[in-house]
Design a protein around this ligand. Structure first.
Ligand code: ZN
Ligand code: ZN
Length: 326
């Protein structure tokens, strides 16, 4: 399936239309529903152990990896790419990656629900809540410019069998307790973008998606939008979950003993039937440079949640913005 779908009524270029699960003609406004995005078919869960052999490499389009010459972010681009600008740092210096580089294709996508216009409103509100009198800044076109990008997210399903010990107090005695339980983990997410995962503020936005609303992958959802190539691989992503999962299961052991308020929980876990989904999730991203540093603000393209980095010397920035643009 070619990615650059032509409009059936005027021959214009059609790109993905956030919020409408459809393609939109840039010339005449003709809309076409994307069948995969309105289907009830769930995203297939893939077997982790055989991923090397079973993962799809078919993007359904001509996909190439482009590396940013400035920040090193890797994006998967297609011929319909609207701009050669790096969504993470704004640089226009891009290098082609090694063409033999293996690009595993996603098996699901969460399409953009939030439009660019909505993203700008969310940004203005956010700025307003955080700072005094930012009206002029919020009006500034450059700072309001958001770029849409799909970011890689792995989710894991796994059956756990757990043995635990812990203690609790009864009167002035300390009593010990041990137990076993099985627990099915469902859609535990790992953001596979180093750029976004390494910053707590940004991660808080791109970790929380309603993954149950993911749809089977279709290149039509990417028409006009770049996507980031994962910089954290599948195995690395699973390995990085250790502490989070442990904490989650310790909480589960605590919940299994509602009366005793167990503490000092020690837990040993066996994992079975590990499965994953490789999803592309939508993000509106805004980068700006200030004082030789890059700042990133992100908006979750499904839920509208926003967070980001901001220079400490905000007052100075505001002055600068005012000087520059008014
Ligand atoms: Zn048209
Ligand atoms: Zn860059």
């Amino acid at each position: 399936m070619p990615i650059d779908k032509k409009c059936p009524s005027c021959g214009g270029t059609m790109i993905f239309n956030p919020g409408w699960d459809s393609l939109l003609c840039q010339s005449c406004g003709h809309k076409e529903i994307i069948p995969e995005l309105v289907s009830k078919i769930p995203v297939e869960e893939m077997d982790f152990l055989t991923a090397q052999n079973t993962a799809s490499h078919n993007w359904g389009m001509e996909a190439k990896i482009v590396i940013c010459g400035q920040c090193g972010a890797e994006t998967v681009q297609n011929r319909l790419q609207l701009s050669g600008r790096c969504p993470f740092c704004g640089s226009t210096t891009v290098d082609a990656a090694d063409p033999s580089k293996d690009i595993m294709a996603p098996n699901g996508v969460i399409p953009f629900k939030i439009t660019e216009k909505r993203a700008q409103f969310i940004f203005k509100d956010w700025v307003k809540d955080r700072f005094l009198a930012p009206d002029k800044l919020a009006k500034d076109a450059e700072l309001n410019k958001f770029y849409g990008i799909y970011v890689p997210l792995f989710t894991f399903d796994v059956l756990t069998e757990n043995r635990y010990t812990g203690h609790y107090s009864s009167g002035n005695r300390t009593l010990f307790k041990s137990g076993k339980f099985k627990h099915q983990i469902d859609d535990f997410p790992v953001v596979a973008s180093k750029q976004l995962a390494s910053d707590k503020l940004l991660l808080s936005v791109v970790k929380d998606y309603w993954t149950r609303e993911a749809k089977p992958y279709t290149p039509d959802a990417l028409a006009g939008f770049p996507c980031e190539h994962y910089s954290i691989g599948l195995t690395e992503a699973w390995n990085s979950l250790g502490d989070d999962l442990k904490r989650y299961l310790e909480d589960e052991a605590y919940r299994q003993n509602p009366v005793t308020h167990l503490s000092g929980i020690q837990i040993a876990t066996d994992y079975f039937n590990l499965r994953y989904k490789y999803l592309l999730v939508p993000v509106w991203i805004n980068t700006f440079a200030y004082d030789g540093r890059n700042y990133i603000i992100v908006i979750n393209g499904q839920t509208g949640k926003i967070n980001g980095q901001w220079p400490k010397s905000f007052g100075t920035l505001m002055k600068k913005a005012v000087e520059l643009f008014f």
